[in-house]
Design a protein around this ligand. Sequence first.
Ligand code: GDP
Length: 297
Amino acid sequence: MAFEGLGERLQSTMDRIKGKGKVTESDVKVMMREVRLALLEADVNFKVVKQFVNDVKERALGSDVMQSLTPGQQVIKIVQEELTSLMGGENQKINLAQKPPTVIMMVGLQGAGKTTTAGKLALHLRKKHNKRPLLVAGDIYRPAAIDQLQTVGKQIDIPVFSMGDQVKPEEIVENAMKHAKEEHLDTVIIDTAGRLHVDEALMNELKNVKELSNPDEIMLVVDSMTGQDAVNVAESFNELLDITGVTLTKLDGDTRGGAALSIRSVTEKPIKFIGVSEKMDGLEAFHPERMASRILG
Ligand code: GDP
């Protein structure tokens, strides 16, 4: 389905209204219906949409907008501004420890892109922050997860700590922390297990790993293509682990990125990075105003 951008839609709605000389409250209502539809099409959670539309409507009905010569443009601008501020306004940086090691715990459902993002982050931290990362293979359940992390490590020349799949993740993490210290590696990135669904066993294991490693950053990795589901996933992980940041993956696909808006408003945790390719350099800082433009279309 071709997606007609919201900017265009609002403009054509305005063109219809223009002949009338004055913009009325009911005209604004018509525009808000367009905003609502566009956000729902971009896969933004309906509760988030409702609140958002109410906020925008309130501002749009302000006299300075209604009496301006370009009310359509004004409303588009308000929508853009409100979207940006809902997503946190500015780019949020990754948490780094004052005193090494920095510990980053990667969490998320299977297939979200945890292992890939762990590698991307390691490369990013080495390149941009001059760090010496260690990747830790803590996902002992998914067949091939350990091999995959080792392949990633080789590709970007970052060491990988593994104890195979017969040792409990808690023990792996304890040993990895010691290993990092001995080898003077200042950043420990832990790849944890994911499941197809959030379940109690997974959450208990993740809680234990959190307690043991005292992470500076608990990075939830979410697949942007999963739309509405992404919100529930983010909510569950946040409730149990009190995450500190989100990476939204697969934005190189044809998703409108509505998940960004929903996740941010539901968890109130910042989206810090976006994944834009399968390759190791496919990680970018998250910029709310760019995402607002993408959602608007
Ligand atoms: P995990 O189960 O959460 O560890 O997920 P993986 O890291 O194995 O990723 C699952 C799949 O998604 C793999 O095929 C990755 O190459 C792919 N993937 C991860 N991030 C991105 C991204 O930002 N863009 C694209 N196109 N693919 C991605």
